[in-house]
Write a protein that binds this ligand. Structure first.
Ligand code: DQA
Length: 139
């Protein structure tokens, strides 16, 4: 089984950025734990701060992988183009957020991507990614 995790803008700064919201672990250190826990699954990781690069990655793997877990960061709230890319591919996509976006500013309450995704997981810290992987394993 092959799963792609895609992190969008500013998520390369996890562990450094707004620690009270996003915690103090880097994504790379979390990924080591995740890969140990799911050693039977191929978990690929891609991060980009560039909207078009995220779209290119979705096109590249979206007809081939078994599942995609995407945290599009702030593009979640703005990007019709990423939403269209998710709708265009046939690999199931799960939207995740580290923080509970519904407890935060109102502009974070709306997702452009959610309607094209299988589901949304938000507010469980880094564990949001693992919960999404659990769903992809089940189905
Ligand atoms: C985020 C929530 C977004 O609103 C924000 O722009 C991010 C991170 C999260 O994981 O909680 O960059 O997607």
């Amino acid at each position: 089984m092959k799963i792609q995790i895609i992190n969008g803008p500013n998520l390369n700064l996890l562990g450094v950025r707004e620690k009270s919201i996003y915690g103090d672990a880097s994504f790379e250190s979390y990924l080591v734990e995740l890969r140990k826990r799911y050693s039977n699954i191929d978990i690929e990781y891609y991060q980009s701060n560039v909207e078009g690069e995220i779209i290119n990655k979705l096109h590249q793997i979206g007809f081939e992988y078994d599942g995609i877990v995407i945290n599009a960061g702030a593009y979640t709230h703005t990007s019709i183009a990423i939403a269209d890319a998710i709708a265009a591919i046939n690999t199931p996509v799960i939207e995740v957020h580290i923080s509970n976006v519904y407890k935060r500013e109102e502009f974070r309450h709306h997702s452009m991507l959610a309607a094209s995704c299988r589901g949304v997981i938000a507010g469980f810290g880094m564990d949001s990614y693992r919960l999404a992987i659990e769903n992809l394993i089940l189905k």
